[in-house]
Design a protein. Sequence first.
Length: 204
Amino acid sequence: MNPIDLDHVLTVLGAAAWSTEEQSRARVAGGLALAVYDGRTRDQGTPYLKHPLAVVMILRTEIGVSKPESLLLALLHDALEVAPESEALLVQHLGGAFTARLCAMTADHRLEQRPKAVGDETRWRFKQAALAAEDLLVRLADRLHNLRDLAVSPNHDRRRRFLRSLGDFHLPLADAARGLSPQLEAMHSLLHTEYVRHRQEIRP
């Protein structure tokens, strides 16, 4: 299998249809994604970059998102989770406002590079619930791809925890936000359908 390169990242983003300035920003973001996710794998053993690229594809092809900044956010949504030390680099190349959005989408214990502590899960849920509509859409697309990927995860405890969290938090959150935009309405429908299917196929 050929390694993922910048041209592939730009193709997944659909950057050929963007303005010259947006394409330039996409090349910068793509280069950062290649660097930040390089050498990292998911627990399924797949290259980590495949996950954010899949989230981009969900947003583009299934939800109809075309706004470049939202797709770049999806591409880098896990950057600070896997490499919190990259924050300064992201600020330097993509700006403080963009990086602040990534920070808002990342759990505090990840940003602070420490083990998860009592109270972190509650704070993380409040943080997600406070996201702006576009950023919440990215976070829910992330949940949707993780759900689709769940069957190939070797970690059965992770499966149980993920499904429990989805059922008692993310699905209600998606339901509450569905009226904010047609895209969030579509995302809620997809997430709910996939959740029902996985509950039937995977015993938590």
